[in-house]
Ligand binder design. Sequence first.
Ligand code: NAD
Ligand code: MG
Length: 390
Amino acid sequence: MRSVSILGATGSIGQNTIDLIARAPDDFAVVALTGAANIAQLAADAIRLRAQVAVTSRDDLYPALRDALAGSGVRAAAGTAAVADAAAIPADWTMSAIVGVAGLAPGLQVLERGGTLALANKETLVTAGPLVMGLVRVYGATILPVDSEHSAIFQALQGEDVALVERVIITASGGAFRDWPIDRLERATLAEASTHPNWAMGQRITIDSASMFNKGLELIETREFFGIAPERIEVIVHPESLVHAMVGFADGALMAHVGPPDMRHAIGYALHWPARRPLPVARLDLAAIGTMTFRAPDPARYPALALARMVMQTGGLSGAAFNAAKECALDAFIDGAIGFQDMARVVGRVLDTMLAREGLQNAATHLDEVMQTDRLARIRATEAIAQMKV
Ligand code: NAD
Ligand code: MG
């Protein structure tokens, strides 16, 4: 029996994690589930999985959660601090699946108790990579990557010497607009950007896939987590999304992780690690698939990749600025304030300004520094967005 907590339980990753846990109720004891606005889902899952505590990050929704849990034996709590407190409760395994920089502080709580953190939240390593990896060393904590690409790299590296890695190749579906004429991207709508050709995911990450900001975040994560030099990390467009990543070794061999586009693969690997267990994912019929294709990403179509490379080279706090500017630009695109292509322009301007004024080269030694850079980047992004509005 292993005790587990799920931060961001009501989201796409959280629900896939619950799906796996609910299939083996005798193997897992649920400690904490957290969510935000979807109280009905949070309460239903907490009761069904007999969680000790259910937490909404929204203070105003405490009465609704308390009422939904009345008589169930599940404790209710609310607020940002309560989410971090829930993360601090000992559990053998904790899923980090909150979206955005809000996932950082609860994740640090898990590392500081020397816990095992299954990391889906990209912002943790992007905004605070050196700080996070430092805590892993100091507290003897474990991070298990859950993003499909990083899980693939992690699996390919089992039993291998990282010093013999020549290259890492992460694949990208190319997103919703991979075959659009580039001049049409300027007019891409929210609905068009919110559909993914292969993966079913939350709306924000789906739009980030169309712009490749998602791949940019993954490049930075790869650098931070595996400690691989930026020039050794490549992106390749692979429209079928069957190969999730490849690791190339000094002898020229490429080890690829191939599987269906189903996040339960990566979640399940992290859930059972270091064991490998049967998972309810589709088995690939390669003869039916027939062909897998690869092509180089077009830098003009995906300016987010060059911005991410700038961050990989700079290191320090530049990832926190990049992510905050990206989150602001994404909000503005969702609100209809700026166009699809403007998102990269906003992030580029924020990075240029902050690299010139703030430097950003020094790594954070405390969460406060990350959040300060995050706030400043949001102010700069809001200024850049205001200038772009017509
Ligand atoms: P989602 O939007 O479906 O779910 C987000 C979860 O976070 C929900 O439970 C929500 O209640 C919670 N949440 C939102 N705002 C919060 C806040 N301010 N404080 C606390 N909790 C809050 O997102 P998702 O698609 O499940 O993605 C979660 C994370 O995993 C993201 O960082 C994403 O980039 C990453 N990821 C997702 C996928 C995928 O397939 N969906 C794949 C790889 C990585
Ligand atoms: Mg991914």
